[in-house]
Design a protein around this ligand. Structure first.
Ligand code: NAD
Ligand code: ZN
Length: 355
């Protein structure tokens, strides 16, 4: 399957399917006739599991490899600096291409390296996690600062995305769960029928078939693209993609990254947002049934009880989306109809204590 992505600044394709990595060499030959060097940016885990398969396709180009630490640890200034040094030491130039080979963390890092190396060179995403159906599309790239996640970054679109489903088979369960939370999010904010399909077809994330996974990811990518293509730089409707993320990010950061996956934290945030939506906007939605379903899928549905509500609210205020004393929350008027709502700190704290 090929999904055409159209943003204001760029048009590119997302190729999804088993073995699509094997089309990379033709793509490179066609799109980059003057290609000088290839730098693959990956992490240790992905390198160990899958790099050989990728190198098999790219052998003629003798790619340079930069391996960062796995997971969120790769989104630091040190790793960013290191990757740039590797690029310079190996004489990459403006006719070189960076291949991002890994999950969302690697994608965010390498995209930012590509956006800033010599004021920007092309990059291609080769995502290896379910979560990356979300992060590889949309053009947001970033690293973290001790003062906050994703605080240093850019909007920078890839030349293409090669989403090879064969590479997903090695994902541990909590990573599958993490990524699938974003699939569920995409359904909730835009497509009641897709949501029903998920509810009726997915009851065990370990037993999900390749066809179901493929359908879910393609749907998710298309929905993400609908929001992004109309609002590349997040002035309006793109913000709806943050459903569950205001509280989710706060939980992630209070737990310490790595102790709780992104999607698992976002799921708790979504349940909170759905609850607020029922209370403040009269959303008609069977939340009990939803909670039962996601618990069956292995998600936690409550804020871990050692976290302080005050600290969570403080974190939410630091979010790029907060304004004054209010925090902007994505809620749902109805399934598939998101709405931005300012909620005061006081109300938020009350609701959290009740949650
Ligand atoms: P990740 O890249 O940290 O991957 C999660 C873990 O899985 C890592 O330890 C990684 O080494 C391992 N892994 C990757 N592929 C694997 C495979 N095929 N088999 C086995 N293990 C594998 O994280 P992620 O969950 O993919 O993405 C999370 C990151 O994405 C966060 O940093 C988040 O901020 C970012 N993100 C960005 C956007 C965006 O729009 N740019 C959107 C959502 C999330
Ligand atoms: Zn997310």
């Amino acid at each position: 399957d090929t999904i055409h992505i159209q943003t204001e600044s760029k048009k590119y394709n997302v190729f999804v399917g088993k073995g699509v990595r094997n089309q990379l060499d033709t793509f490179l030959a066609n799109h980059f006739p003057d290609l000088t060097r290839i730098l693959i940016i990956t992490d240790e885990t992905v390198a160990k599991l899958h790099l050989e398969k990728l190198l098999l396709v790219l052998k003629p180009w003798e790619p340079i490899i930069y391996k960062g630490p796995s997971g969120e640890k790769t989104k630091t200034f040190e790793v960013y600096y290191d990757a740039l040094s590797t690029a310079l030491e190996n004489h990459l130039d403006r006719k070189s291409v960076i291949l991002s080979f890994g999950g969302g963390a690697v994608g965010d890092l390498s995209g930012f390296v590509a956006s800033s190396f010599m004021r920007g060179i092309p990059f291609i995403q080769i995502p290896t996690t379910i979560l990356a159906h979300d992060s590889a599309v949309g053009g947001k790239v970033a690293i973290n600062h001790p003062h906050g996640k994703n605080m240093i970054g850019a909007f920078y679109q890839p030349e293409a995305v090669f989403y090879d489903l064969e590479l997903l088979t090695t994902l541990p369960e909590h990573e599958i769960r993490s990524g699938f939370a974003e699939v569920i999010k995409h359904a909730l904010i835009s497509d009641a029928r897709f949501y029903e399909w998920l509810r009726n077809n997915v009851d065990d994330l370990n037993l999900i078939t390749l066809d179901q996974l493929s359908y879910s990811l393609i749907k998710g990518i298309k929905i993400k693209n609908e929001f992004v293509s109309q609002d590349e730089r997040e002035m309006g409707i793109r913000a709806y993609l943050n459903l569950g993320h205001t509280l989710g990010h706060a939980i992630e950061s209070e737990m310490g990254y790595g102790n709780f996956t992104h999607g698992e934290a976002v799921m708790i945030g979504m349940i909170f947002a759905l609850k607020l939506s029922k209370k403040l906007l009269g959303l008609t939605f069977d939340l009990e049934e939803f909670i039962e379903w996601v618990e069956q899928l292995g998600y936690k549905t409550k804020v871990p009880n050692h976290l302080s509500f005050e600290k969570l609210v403080a974190k939410m205020k630091q979010d790029k989306k907060s304004v004054g004393d209010s925090i902007r929350f994505v809620l749902l008027e109805q399934l598939g109809q998101p709405k931005l709502q300012k909620i005061s700190e006081t109300i938020l704290l009350e609701e959290l204590k009740r949650f």
